[in-house]
Write a protein that binds this ligand. Structure first.
Ligand code: AVI
Length: 337
C-alpha cells in the first residue's frame, strides 16, 4: 500500500532524527515581495538572506577560511575556551540545545565535545535552519558522530517561526555575529521574540562582533582572494535564477566599507556602467546609472553599551560576557528579565 510522501520521509529517517518543516513553500513569494520592494524605487537594496543559495552558502564557508575574515576564528577560540562552562547548563537534566541559523555544524561540535559522552543522551540538539540540505546533512553527521544525541531539525526562518521551538528547558545559541545583519529595530524585534519563548531557567548565548580598528574591519569584507566579492555578486545570480532575470553581474562591482556613524560595515553592488536589466517574474525593468548601488548588507559592530541597550529593550539581561584577549568578538550569556 502506498503511504503519503511525507510519512514515508519520516519513516526513512533514523529514530534519533526528526525534521519538521515550517516553511510551507512561501519563500518564493517572500523573495518576490522583497525584490520588488528593494529594486523598484530610487535607492535600491536586497535583503542579505538572499546571499544564501547553495553556492552562496559555500562561498560564505570559504569567506570564513580567508585570512582577513577574523570573526569565525576568534569566535571559535572563545567557544573552545568557554565550551565546558557553557555546557554545564545541561547538568543531569534533559534539555534542548537550540541553534538558530545553524548552517554547518562546526560550532555545535565544539560545544558537544565538551560534554561527557555518557551525558549526551540528555541533550536534544534543535537546529533551526532555512536550508533543507544544510539541516539534513549536518543533523545526520551529528547523530553519526555523537552517540546518544537526539536531533530535532526545524526547517524554518528564525525571523518568523520562533514559536516552533520546543517549550521545555533550553539553551539557545545564535552565533557568528549574524544579529549584526539586522537593523537595530529588527534586532530588538528578534531578541524580543527569543525572550518571549524563554522560560526563567533558559539561557541564550549570542555572538557579537565588536567595534575595532577600521582597517581590520574593512579588510575582513574585502579579502584579497575576492571571495567576499563573489559572495556579494552571487545575490544577482540567485535573483536571476529564482525570478527569471537577466541582470549581468559584470555590470557591478563589490563595495564594502565601514560607516563610522552607524558603526556598521555596508556592502553594496555598485554599477560600473549603465545598467539595463529585466526581471521577468516581477515584470520589472532595472535601470541604474554608473555609480548607483544596490545595498545588499549591513553588518553592525557592537560595544557592550550599544548591545546592552538592545538587550534592555528586548527584555533580556546579560549574565556574563565572554571575550577574546583583543576584545574583537564577544559571546554574551543572556537570561530573560
Ligand atoms: C553571516 N554574517 C554574520 C556575515 C557578516 O560578517 O556580517 C556575513 C558576511 N558578509 C560578508 N562577509 C561575511
Amino acid at each position: 500500500l502506498s503511504q503519503p510522501a511525507r510519512k514515508q520521509e519520516y519513516r526513512a529517517q533514523p529514530p534519533s532524527l526528526e525534521i519538521r518543516d515550517y516553511l510551507d513553500g512561501d519563500l518564493r513569494q517572500e523573495m518576490i515581495r522583497d525584490a520588488r520592494q528593494g529594486l523598484s524605487g530610487g535607492s535600491k537594496s536586497l535583503p542579505p538572506k538572499y546571499f544564501y543559495d547553495e553556492l552562496g552558502s559555500c562561498l560564505f564557508e570559504d569567506i570564513c577560511e580567508t585570512p582577513e575574515y577574523y570573526p569565525t576564528r576568534v569566535e571559535m577560540g572563545i567557544l573552545k575556551k568557554y565550551a565546558a562552562s557553557i555546557m554545564d547548563f545541561f547538568g543531569d537534566e534533559e534539555s534542548d540545545l537550540v541553534e538558530l541559523g545553524s548552517g554547518s555544524n562546526r560550532k555545535v561540535r565544539t560545544l558537544l565535545d565538551a560534554v561527557d559522552p555518557d551525558l549526551l543522551e540528555l541533550i536534544r540538539y534543535v537546529p533551526l535552519e532555512i536550508s533543507q540540505s544544510a539541516l539534513r546533512q549536518s543533523a545526520l553527521e551529528l547523530i553519526r558522530d555523537y552517540q546518544g544525541l537526539r536531533v530535532l531539525g526545524l526547517m524554518a526562518d528564525f525571523t518568523r517561526h520562533l514559536d516552533a521551538l520546543p517549550r521545555g528547558r533550553k539553551l539557545i545559541t545564535f552565533l557568528g555575529g549574524s544579529i549584526g545583519n539586522f537593523s537595530s529595530a529588527q534586532a530588538v524585534q528578534l531578541l524580543s521574540a527569543v525572550a518571549e519563548v524563554m522560560g526563567p531557567r533558559d539561557r541564550f548565548i549570542l555572538g557579537l562582533d565588536m567595534v575595532k580598528p577600521v582597517d581590520v574591519l574593512e579588510r575582513a569584507y574585502n579579502d584579497a582572494a575576492g571571495v567576499t566579492e563573489r559572495f556579494n555578486l552571487n545575490i544577482l545570480a540567485n535573483i536571476n535564477r529564482e525570478l527569471n532575470g537577466d541582470l549581468d553581474p559584470s555590470d557591478f562591482e563589490h563595495l564594502a566599507f565601514f560607516n563610522r556613524d552607524e558603526e556598521q560595515i555596508e556592502m553594496h553592488l555598485k554599477a560600473v556602467r549603465p545598467v539595463q536589466g529585466r526581471i521577468r517574474d516581477l515584470d520589472l525593468e532595472l535601470r541604474m546609472k554608473p555609480g548607483q548601488t544596490i545595498h545588499t548588507e549591513i553588518s553592525r559592530k557592537f560595544t557592550e553599551d550599544s548591545a546592552s541597550k538592545e538587550f534592555d529593550q528586548a527584555g533580556l539581561k546579560p549574565l556574563r560576557w565572554m571575550r577574546d584577549q583583543q576584545g574583537w568578538f564577544s559571546l554574551v550569556e543572556l537570561a530573560k528579565v
